[in-house]
Design a protein around this ligand. Structure first.
Ligand SMILES: *[C@@H]1O[C@H](CO)[C@@H](O)[C@H](O)[C@H]1NC(C)=O
Ligand SMILES: *[C@@H]1O[C@H](CO)[C@@H](O)[C@H](O)[C@H]1NC(C)=O
Ligand SMILES: *[C@@H]1O[C@H](CO)[C@@H](O)[C@H](O)[C@H]1NC(C)=O
Ligand SMILES: *[C@@H]1O[C@H](CO)[C@@H](O)[C@H](O)[C@H]1NC(C)=O
Ligand SMILES: *[C@@H]1O[C@H](CO)[C@@H](O)[C@H](O)[C@H]1NC(C)=O
Ligand SMILES: *[C@@H]1O[C@H](CO)[C@@H](O)[C@H](O)[C@H]1NC(C)=O
Ligand SMILES: *[C@@H]1O[C@H](CO)[C@@H](O)[C@H](O)[C@H]1NC(C)=O
Ligand SMILES: *[C@@H]1O[C@H](CO)[C@@H](O)[C@H](O)[C@H]1NC(C)=O
Ligand SMILES: CC(=O)N[C@H]1CO[C@H](CO)[C@@H](O)[C@@H]1O
Length: 638
């Protein structure tokens, strides 16, 4: 190759490198400190009911602004929450950081509050409005003395100058600043951040206190000050994300991403080839990331050429321009509309909320996964649209909508008899068993619940919403980056420790079985909690040998009650607190086929963790709380 060509390739490669660096900036999700308010909730069930919508609301604010507050519910079980990404995070990294907050904060449940400092963002919830607090009893400085600077006096002066200047700069620039100072050969980097709701007087007081606290860390090479209203960090290395070109991307359309990505991907392939040929491992570390990028682009190309491809314009017409009257429901990642294609075929069109890079990966993930798995009890994906301003997925339409509309329907016009309910339970079990054990890649659904079970015209169940599903084999490291799912259906080990295995699906399935049999919701809509202790209630009847009483009276009769009870026992077995005591889904399918819950062999222990509300426990049965604690600590011991 001519020298000129080398230079050209190299400069293009450098441009692409800087792009990758931007795209892969660091969300800094490592944990600095977490503490829980030591007050127990007045009512854990209502707290849980309020927690999820409060976090969802918070999430929408943080995704839009990098900061947010939300208030859900009323005293004494309100959930007031605040989250703040530090100013140098781009919008994608902010989402990643917040998703870590989202998954870690519930560890404080059922206490009324929790505070979490990560290196890139902050989150807190309490049962009162704390938004203007700048000090708390837990304010502290954390110093890392592992590697003290060898010249403490010179170093100390650099720390003092950098901290003082950056603190001042932050007070004068909307609460965020970064900066550095050098003294001889010591350079110190400082970041300061106030929460955005604080006025400048409060921000100044907080940063002043944080500054004096953090100065006590010198000569440690790392210091962090954690205050109720602000965060400050100094380090001897440059730790924040440096601004390069125009910052982040949330507004950019997907099309631009794909074109840019393809271009850079191609350039990078050339570079990697060159490097390998020359046996120079100079940029080896970046290589794997870029190849992962290429994977996404390949997917796009494959989809565009396949019959999975739908035109955005056709889908817009099919759904009457996404008219509200065509709306079927709200899925985890987007709104679902009914559409009628030009040939008269009815379809369900899912319009994904977001179009950032992270979500595009999710999008390919979903297309890829749902297209790979084919089973009579799984919703069929017909295709997707890549050419419009939004990401759309097209599914088969099922006329009888979702299971929750049937089992929780108070009026009697959508009645399901026992045989129909049993068939639904069996179908869902078979679908899940396929996902766990029979498909090419093991898939954990993560969000099994009544509204994710669709019913076709013969009332056969179809599991939907694979948006949360990840292939077990491909993505092990990211399994716990965000707790997804619906509280009430979530397995305790997943809520408390973020441990995700297929046994979390088994737990959710068990909850669903109990709902189908009793006709009661495991967790009620926001604000009420009457049925929240469904598991506890069924459990109590099991212990008193009165399970007859929990059966939905719309299906109850003497002839079926034995069969129904066998199924309840399977449900209880699936909701055991210890994941190892839960059967696999293929075992559940076997038990259902032989129509026996195998009561004799069954040893059920531990009432399910989530249903022990502190109030019930304090009102007398304190042994229940203790036993729940034990099941949690047993989980932590693993
Ligand atoms: C814990 O919550 C109570 C109100 O329930 C509040 O008064 C107290 O300040 C909180 N503690 C901390 C450390 O935030
Ligand atoms: C969040 O809460 C505010 C105030 O209660 C409300 O106005 C807003 O619509 C909510 N946003 C979302 C996305 O739920
Ligand atoms: C917060 O919860 C505690 C404990 O349940 C309760 O005593 C207190 O009144 C609650 N605070 C507010 C503001 O409701
Ligand atoms: C990056 O640039 C934006 C806008 O130009 C600015 O608001 C922000 O403070 C900058 N961040 C850093 C870390 O320099
Ligand atoms: C936070 O403050 C409370 C009340 O002073 C204390 O009991 C608790 O141990 C503190 N937590 C941490 C992590 O410092
Ligand atoms: C660093 O300095 C601190 C405080 O001066 C001291 O306690 C610590 O032992 C020192 N550590 C090392 C590794 O020198
Ligand atoms: C810090 O502030 C002082 C006083 O305003 C100034 O002299 C100094 O140059 C500043 N240092 C840096 C690194 O900006
Ligand atoms: C910085 O300078 C001091 C004295 O000039 C010296 O003792 C120290 O080793 C130097 N540190 C580094 C990292 O070069
Ligand atoms: C119970 C119920 O609503 N069943 C309906 C399911 O869908 C078919 C086909 O649309 C209808 O005929 C049933 O009435």
């Amino acid at each position: 190759m001519a020298p000129a060509a080398h230079i050209q390739t190299l400069s293009l490669a450098l441009i692409s490198l800087s792009f990758l660096k931007l795209a892969m900036a660091d969300p800094r999700t490592s944990l600095v400190a977490q503490y829980c308010n030591n007050t127990l909730a007045a009512n854990g069930a209502i707290l849980a009911d309020n927690f999820v919508p409060s976090m969802d609301n918070l999430s929408s604010h943080v995704n839009a602004n990098g900061y947010g507050t939300s208030i859900t519910g009323v005293d004494p079980n309100a959930v007031c929450a605040l989250a703040q990404c530090y100013g140098d995070l781009n919008s994608i990294d902010c989402k990643l950081c917040f998703s870590e907050i989202r998954s870690q904060l519930p560890k404080c449940y059922p206490n009324t509050g929790g505070t979490l400092f990560l290196d890139g963002c902050f989150g807190r919830y309490e049962n009162y409005t704390f938004f203007n607090e700048i000090f708390s009893r837990n304010d502290t400085a954390i110093c890392s003395f592992s590697n003290n600077n060898s010249n403490p006096i010179i170093f100390g002066q650099a720390v003092k100058e950098a901290v003082g200047n950056v603190s001042l700069k932050a007070q004068n620039s909307h609460g965020f600043a970064v900066g550095s100072a050098s003294n001889l050969n010591s350079t110190v980097y400082v970041l300061a951040q106030c929460w955005e709701n604080l006025n400048s007087a409060l921000c100044s007081s907080c940063l002043d206190a944080a500054s004096s606290a953090i100065l006590s860390c010198s000569p440690a090479t790392e210091g962090r000050a954690l205050y109720a209203g602000c965060f400050m960090r100094y380090s001897t290395r440059l730790f924040w994300n440096v601004n390069e070109t125009s910052s982040s991307s949330s507004g950019k359309s997907k099309a631009i991403w794909i074109v840019v990505g393809l271009l850079l991907g191609a350039i990078f392939l050339i570079l990697v080839g060159l490097l390998i040929a020359k046996k120079r491992g100079l940029w080896g570390r970046k290589k794997s990331a870029s190849l992962k990028d290429l994977y996404g682009q390949e997917m796009a190309a494959v989809i565009l050429q396949s019959n999975l491809n739908f035109k955005y314009e056709d889908l817009r017409k099919a759904t009457n321009n996404f008219r509200l009257s065509n709306k079927l429901g709200q899925g985890s990642y987007g709104t679902v509309y009914k559409g009628v294609l030009s040939d008269g075929k009815e379809v369900a069109v899912k319009q994904l909320f977001l179009n950032t890079r992270q979500w595009i990966d999710q999008f390919f993930n979903e297309v890829d996964l749902v297209n790979q798995v084919r089973h009579k009890n799984l919703v069929r994906l017909l295709g997707c649209s890549l050419d419009g301003s939004e990401s759309l997925l097209v599914y088969e339409y099922y006329s009888n909508r979702s299971l929750d509309l049937f089992i929780f329907d108070e009026s009697r016009d959508k009645h399901l008899d026992w045989q129909q309910r049993f068939d639904i339970i069996q179908g869902v079990a078979e679908g899940l068993s396929y996902l766990h054990d029979e498909s090419d890649t093991k898939i954990i659904h993560r969000d099994i619940k009544a509204s994710n079970i669709l019913l076709d015209d013969k009332l056969k169940p179809k599991i939907t919403d694979f948006g949360l599903a990840r292939s077990f084999a491909q993505d092990q490291t990211h399994l716990t980056t965000g707790i997804a799912g619906t509280l009430g259906y979530l397995a305790p080990e997943y809520i408390v420790h973020g441990h995700l295995t297929e046994k979390a699906d088994v737990y959710s399935f068990g909850v669903l079985v109990l709902e189908i049999v009793t006709g009661k919701r495991c967790s009620s809509p926001v604000g009420s909690h009457a049925e929240h202790s469904l598991l506890a209630k069924v459990w109590n009847h099991y212990k008193m040998n009165t399970l007859d009483n929990v059966i939905d009276n719309r299906i109850y009769n003497k002839n079926v009650s034995d069969d129904v009870i066998q199924v309840i026992l399977i449900g209880l077995q699936c909701t055991q607190a210890d994941p190892h005591s839960r059967p696999t889904m293929s075992r559940v399918v076997e038990m259902l086929r032989s129509n026996r819950g195998e009561a004799e062999e069954l040893v059920l222990s531990d009432p399910p963790f989530l249903d022990v509300s502190p109030m019930e426990a304090l009102e007398g049965e304190s042994s229940r709380l203790i036993s729940a604690d034990m099941s949690v600590s047993r989980l932590s011991a693993r």
